[in-house]
Design a binder for this molecule. Structure first.
Ligand code: FES
Length: 170
């Protein structure tokens, strides 16, 4: 992917900050997606959007947030321990095998938008915690606890080499 599509920590803060400007009641960590979404391109544009991601620089245990069609997507290079913690369970209220959510066990790619009311979850060692109402997702992006009804969405994506994925194409 081109580096311009990568949201490092500083860019992510800017991304959130810009998106929440003027919404004083909403903290930077609790940016709600419906507001951000209202500034996004039309659905026609989103359907055509694809994002190349160079994953060679994402170390084991690290994740990178990229933008796809105006949405944050978490690309996670999972550790063996993280994989082991999710591979033999079905998750919580929307049961799904980890193997159905990944193309390679080391890599998890999920849309970084909470399925409750659209906040952006924060990364934890165990997965993600949504700062808005406390929904907890595991390292497969599956909802475990809290008001979110569904797992974090897995976008269409494909590996085009060992170092590159394209989000938006399956
Ligand atoms: Fe995430 Fe409510 S928006 S828990």
């Amino acid at each position: 992917m081109s580096d311009s599509n990568v949201l490092d920590n500083a860019d992510r803060r800017n991304f959130l900050g810009n998106a929440t400007a003027g919404v004083a009641a909403v903290g930077a960590a609790a940016a709600c997606w419906p507001f951000i979404s209202s500034m996004n391109p039309s659905s026609d544009t989103l359907e055509k959007a694809s994002t190349e991601v160079n994953i060679s620089g994402i170390a084991v245990g690290q994740s990178q947030t990229v933008s796809w069609g105006g949405k944050p997507v978490f690309v996670v290079h999972r550790t063996p321990e993280q994989i082991a913690s999710v591979k033999n369970s079905q998750g919580g209220k929307e049961p799904q095998a980890d193997s159905e959510r990944t193309k390679q066990p080391e890599w998890l790619v999920v849309v970084g938008v909470c399925t409750h009311m659209g906040c952006i979850p924060s990364r934890t060692e165990e997965g993600w915690l949504c700062p808005c109402h406390g929904s907890l997702y595991d390292n497969s992006g599956r909802i475990l606890h809290g008001p979110a009804p569904k797992n974090l969405a897995v976008p269409p994506y494909k590996f085009v080499s060992n170092d590159k994925i394209i989000i938006g194409e399956a």
